[in-house]
Write a protein that binds this ligand. Sequence first.
Ligand SMILES: C[S@@+](CC[C@H](N)C(=O)[O-])C[C@H]1O[C@@H](n2cnc3c(N)ncnc32)[C@H](O)[C@@H]1O
Length: 617
Amino acid sequence: MSEQNEFKKHMSCALDIGEPLNLLASLTTACNEGYHFVVTKLIHPNHERDLYSKDAPRVIGRTDRLLSSNDWNKLIVCRLSKQFQIDSEIENIREHDKKLLSQELGFACHLYIPAILIKLVQRDNKNLAHLLNCKLQAGASFQVWVETPMVNPAKKSPIVNNEDCDDIWEWWNDFRRYGNYHKRIGLALVMPTDGCMLDDLEIKRWGGEPVKAIIIPTCLFISNQHKQPVLPRVYQEIIKQFLHLDVQYIISGPRFKHTYQQYCSYMGYLGKKLYDQSVIGEFSMGCEDFLQSPLQPLTEHLETPIYEIFEKDSIKYVLYQQAIEKALCDIAKNISPIVVIVVGAGRGPLVQATLNASIITQRKVKVYAVEKNPYAVNTLEERIANEWNDQVTLFNEDMRVCEPPEHADILVSELLGSFGDNELSPECLDGAQRFLKPNGISIPQSYTSYLAPLQSIKLYNEIGMSKTADKTLQVLYETPYVVHLVNAYQITNAKDLFVFEHPNRSDMIINERMRTLKFTAEQNCVLTAFAGFFESVLYKDVILSTNPVTHSRNMVSWFPIMFPLPFPVQVKTNEQIEVTFWRAENNEKVWYEWCLNSPFMGSISNIAGRSYFIKKH
Ligand SMILES: C[S@@+](CC[C@H](N)C(=O)[O-])C[C@H]1O[C@@H](n2cnc3c(N)ncnc32)[C@H](O)[C@@H]1O
């Protein structure tokens, strides 16, 4: 494991030190106990502020010389001194609190505090949103962490009926909508003190929100047999859901049977334990929510690191080998050797899988490898000479024009992109099937793209932030991205979209497609994009899948593809999300277009492939 991964395994933990009289002493103690930063009130409890009387003290809080600016910026997250009623209907209260809050936010800016914590105490927080967004617009550098219970506390009250019991997510959703989903407004979720109240759907939706911190009340810790603090399994499961998000953990509340140091070292231990349990994590660590352009292997030669990553995914090759074994067994016994042509052979793993399958099934094979990348061919030449004893014949050509000396019983390829057909597997295999015998087998036999509606405010913002001089926002929001989705909520299960079968024996081969899909939202949420996956039938019952519900276990080769929407769309429970997708082509290129029909009628994204397309040559 790389050093960076080791580093990522470390949970960043903060201690909520309340309102200490001696900030420096409390900070030093917390740091010595292993905490990375502290949460405290910015305003010293001894400083009562009065904005109206003439001889009111001018002192706002502690002197900034108490800490270096670097320490203020790295070690202190602030709570506001009180719950400001800036959305009060009473003007005097509203204006008074607005002045105090403005002063406090100004002081936070002055100190270069990295984040401030605020609480929402009612549904309507328009004025608070207005003030905070003004500060952010005016250049305030802090993040705003909205402290929100994971479960609405009102839900637990026997006297509140369901209609009165607003979903706390709605408060948050309204608040950040006022600020147009500002990238510096995030969440500090408070762990429920009654774990059973949290349902799976709610947790998943929080997973698609910009969660910056998780607050763990000290009352949640219990003692293990060594009298050390531990979190009950139900809370560990919650932490697991947020493990790969970049969140900080804040320990808050009085200590009971344990020391704050013990809480901190337990969190360190828990982080390591949970990371060690997540198998997929090791491969994809460091790629979380990172927007990548889909590969164009047809027109751009892949490089060594990419082939290396492919080849690390043993599961993919195990599945291919199983499919080749089954296909070899199905070929008539009188055919020997069986001609297998591996098209797009890369550095040879599927050639190797074919030779392995030949040994296992005891069916003699003659293998041709077709690869257009001259640098990968270099490797294939070396393997033919040193590993494969001239059992393999190589063609350094495009499969669409290559003329092998004999026709194939089996045509093996892996030209699949994150959306199945998006690296032009259909076009390549349609070109290559000329040299497949009339009853020959293609592995894969088919692949189907899958689509699911997605909520990810983080990724929505990331796209906007990737703006450069040569890419307009319109281009960025109608380009698909390959992305390891972490800070995202898949709103419903994916549905199948486009199917491609090989060999394609129809008289007229058409790889253009158009289809409309409908999904039903299970809860109120925000639609920001569509996620794309694929399922491929390699041969008979050997399936390779990236669709979450059928995902090939431990396979890591493909991250999902994401088709963004130009702006977030609010969706209500049971509302229909309807989208139309096109796969279109001309002589030069293939591209997708997509259009939201419901709950909001959008315009067509990527018309004529103006922002994104896949080159054919
Ligand atoms: C996704 S990689 C798979 C490589 C290898 N088979 C594996 O599984 O690791 C696809 C390979 O097909 C090659 N390729 C793509 N289109 C091709 C074409 N039209 N003709 C020949 N090779 C092609 C690429 O250069 C690349 O090496």
